[in-house]
Write a protein that binds this ligand. Structure first.
Ligand code: FDA
Length: 300
């Protein structure tokens, strides 16, 4: 019930626009690193000081005109310059829909090409985040096109999709982030039961750890993390073949602990004014995240 409510709210464009005007509210500041690049670089430096790498997401959704997509591209190019100038340990995560996928795929590809090319000059990795099912195929097409020229690209495999295994095997030579999947999807294309999703998630992680290039295991689920720790030990998989990833502000103690234990660890660092949809999806995943809001209200 709550999941559906927050998922519905995440897609409400009126609320999304209103949220942009009013700045980080509702406790979003606990899970969004800042509204601008300098604030975000400071957050990255703090995480780097604990041996944690970062992947930076310039928040943005519902981009249906070229001006907004071009502005998002310019902002991401600014992030790349700032990463380089500050010498911080960080990569880029982006959403094709923010760069114009819903407007025109060729236009989106040109925007992505500019970003990936600039990042490649500085040896910065660019991850294409995966969105909902309607954008899955075109996003993989964009990745496939760009990867013929650039090697600093990778993407996400969402374990709830029936097609996840096929996409993963076709892209095993990419650096892949494996996740459970965050959007509401139809039973025609995706597992609906948590147990089925979890089972497929572990299956895909194991396969990619044994056969793939580099695996990013992106989860806050300690059952899965503990399973992976044992699996890599039992299979002699070296620590430089994989990393754990979590979102900024979530399970902070565990993030520090994993880094301290010597695992490669990356925190996904979202920033920007367009925080609303991202924040609502986090509430949909785990309504207990509401306590972030409650804390915010009472800690004034
Ligand atoms: P899940 O939410 O299933 O929780 C499992 C269990 O873990 C819980 O029952 C609880 O015991 C424990 N737990 C979870 N969160 C906790 C917390 N905060 N505190 C205490 N215990 C907690 N999705 C997508 O569709 N496309 C994408 O590109 C990405 N990218 C991405 C990057 C990164 C770095 C992450 C971490 C996640 C994504 N996701 C994503 C989101 C992903 O698909 C998924 O929706 C969320 O990570 C939630 O699932 P989890 O695996 O974290 O555990």
């Amino acid at each position: 019930m709550l999941k559906d409510l927050f998922m519905g709210l995440s897609q409400n464009q009126t609320l999304n626009s209103a949220a942009k005007k009013y700045g980080l509210k509702l406790g979003a500041q606990n899970v969004v690193a800042g509204t601008n690049i300098p604030e975000t670089i400071e957050s990255i430096k703090e995480l780097n000081a604990h041996g944690i790498s970062c992947t930076v997401d310039n928040l943005g959704e519902f981009v249906f005109n070229r001006e907004e997509a071009t502005a998002a591209k310019t902002q991401i190019l600014g992030v790349i310059e700032a990463i380089h100038e500050n010498g911080v340990d960080a990569s880029i995560s982006l959403k094709p829909s923010q760069l114009g996928l819903d407007i025109d795929q060729d236009f989106c590809e040109e925007n992505l090409r500019e970003i990936v090319s600039k990042a490649s000059e500085y040896d910065i990795f660019v991850n294409f985040d995966m969105e909902d099912y309607g954008r899955l195929k075109p996003s993989f097409e964009l990745l496939d096109h760009l990867s013929t020229t650039y090697k600093n690209v990778g993407t996400v495999i969402q374990a709830y999709f029936f097609e996840a295994e096929d996409y993963m095997k076709e892209h095993k030579d990419f650096r892949l982030r494996i996740v459970k999947g965050a959007y509401k999807e139809s039973p025609a294309v995706a597992y609906q039961d948590k147990a089925d999703i979890d089972e497929n998630f572990v299956k895909l992680i194991e396969w990619h750890l044994l056969n793939g290039k580099f695996t990013s295991i992106a989860t806050h689920d300690h059952h899965v993390i503990n399973h992976v720790k044992k699996f890599v030990k039992d299979n002699n998989i070296s620590y430089d073949k994989f990393e754990f990833q979590m979102l900024y502000g979530f399970r902070k103690d565990m993030q520090l602990e994993l880094a301290k234990e010597g695992y490669n660890f990356t925190t996904y660092v979202p920033f920007g004014e367009d925080w609303y949809g991202y924040f609502m999806r986090r509430l949909a995943e785990r309504p207990q995240n509401m306590n972030l809001i409650v804390k915010q209200v009472f800690n004034k």
